[in-house]
Design a protein around this ligand. Structure first.
Ligand SMILES: [Zn+2]
Length: 152
């Protein structure tokens, strides 16, 4: 269940269940501001896919290892910071809690938009790139620099 490479990180991959497929949970209690995992070992690619993360206006990264399983949340507890290349807690997280980040915080246009089933009060409904979301919605979230620049 626990990938050996996760030992250096504060996260682990949980196996598929009926609802959400693979997901990542905190492997220990984490404090707001803590780096949960560095983003390493990736490959840069030109086009987005279901599994890539956008890092600049025209670049995306693939082969993210465990982080491939980091799900979207409309009420995120982590950010994927494409400046420092790290997954960082934005609030205190208890061991075992699922980790999620707001996909439009990295994605301008998503290869595969989807209907979100998070069920939170903050749910944006259809999760698509930042381009498709209103300023009011985006104002509630951390956005990476390339997304802020693309909005101008
Ligand atoms: Zn949602």
């Amino acid at each position: 269940m626990i990938d050996s490479t996760s030992q250096a990180y504060s996260l682990m991959v949980m196996p598929d269940d009926d609802v959400k497929g693979k997901r990542i949970v905190a492997a220990k209690n984490v404090q707001a501001g803590e780096v949960i995992a560095p983003i390493v070992g990736y490959q840069e690619v030109d086009a987005p896919s279901k599994y890539t993360v956008q890092i600049s206006a025209h670049r995306h990264i693939d082969e993210l290892g465990l982080l491939t399983y980091l799900n979207h949340s409309c009420d995120p507890n982590v950010i994927v910071d494409t400046t420092s290349f790290a997954v960082i807690a934005i609030r205190d997280i208890a061991m075992g809690e699922e980790l999620g980040f707001f996909y439009p915080s990295t994605e301008w246009r998503m290869a595969t938009p989807f209907a979100c089933l998070c069920g939170t009060a903050a749910c944006v409904g259809v999760v698509d790139g930042a381009e498709a979301l209103s300023d009011e919605t985006l104002s509630r979230y951390f956005l990476n620099e390339h997304i802020q620049e693309l909005r101008r």
